[in-house]
Design a protein around this ligand. Structure first.
Ligand code: PAF
Length: 278
């Protein structure tokens, strides 16, 4: 496994891989890696000759400085965990990635004006900036993203289309703890008691599947009410949206794919999750 810290070296390594006709799978991460990330890396390893994993807590996608400061970091633990599955790890400093403040401004239209985009202004521009740079530097055949960050996935797919990039974006299913809690680097910040409680998010979403034949407004009301009943939970949003446009769905038959997306504070930790209705 090769540890790369500079952009020049990363570009050089990627260029050399490509010039020997080997395929590259890129797995962009912010570290504090867990089994969810491992599932992306394992898939990338199966589908590509070379796997590049980036580990970079991207400051420009955090709208809240406290959230950035508290984001878990464990580069040595990360490298130990992923070593069997990666060929190249790119772990730069913030100055290396942003020698000057980034000026790019991406427009993702209506996709970025809802849910995470509405609650975290500038977040998706920050994600767009780092993901576009990583794609440009490594020119991967495939790049892997988890479906837990569903809106991010849709936005990255749209960015790849907007710029006519050749990279195939590969969505990977959510990995859950036995309790149902979706794996997230942020789970490390939950107290043992909150971690138990946080499993209720998935339990409530699963229960809402029983209402699939009811009007969308009833399903939404059920989830919002159940979440609000739990002490220590603070709901940011629960939206039931079309899986392509991310806009609210009112009638079941008008969309081919329907997904419910939630963001909820469990104590001080903000978690997101989702569930597919159709
Ligand atoms: O999903 C994440 O971990 C981040 O948003 C990503 C895609 C690595 C960009 O920093």
């Amino acid at each position: 496994m090769l540890l790369v810290k500079t952009v020049e070296e990363l570009k050089d390594v990627a260029f050399r891989i490509k010039s020997t006709n080997r395929s590259i799978g890129l797995v962009p991460t912010m570290g504090a890696l867990h089994n969810g990330h491992l599932s992306l890396l394992k898939r990338a390893k199966q589908e590509n000759e070379v796997v590049i994993c980036s580990i970079f807590v991207n400051p420009v996608q955090f709208n809240n400085p406290d959230d950035l400061a508290k984001y878990p970091r464990d580069i040595e633990g990360d490298i130990k965990l992923i070593e069997p599955y990666v060929d190249v790890v790119f772990a730069p400093t913030a100055d290396e990635v942003f020698p000057e403040p980034p000026k790019e401004h991406y427009d993702f239209g209506m996709l970025e004006r809802v849910m995470e985009g509405a609650f975290r202004p500038g977040h998706f521009n920050g994600v767009g900036i780092i993901v576009k740079r990583l794609l440009d530097w490594t020119n991967p055949d495939k790049a892997y993203f988890g479906e837990k960050d569903f809106q991010q996935l849709v936005i990255i797919k749209s960015m790849v289309k907007q710029f006519g990039l050749k990279t195939q974006i590969v969505p990977c299913p959510i990995v859950r703890e036995e309790s149902g809690l979706a794996l997230s680097s942020r789970n490390q910040r939950l107290s043992p008691e909150d971690r138990k409680k946080a499993a209720d998010i998935h339990r409530i979403l699963e229960e809402s599947l029983k209402l699939k034949e009811e009007p969308i407004s009833i399903i939404k009301e059920f989830v919002v009410n159940e979440i609000n009943k739990i002490d220590g939970f603070k709901l940011d949003y629960y939206e039931i949206v079309d899986d392509q446009t991310l806009q609210n769905v009112e009638f079941y038959d008008l969309s081919e794919g329907i997904i419910g997306c939630i963001a909820v504070y469990v104590g001080e930790v903000r978690l997101i999750d989702n569930i597919r209705y159709k």
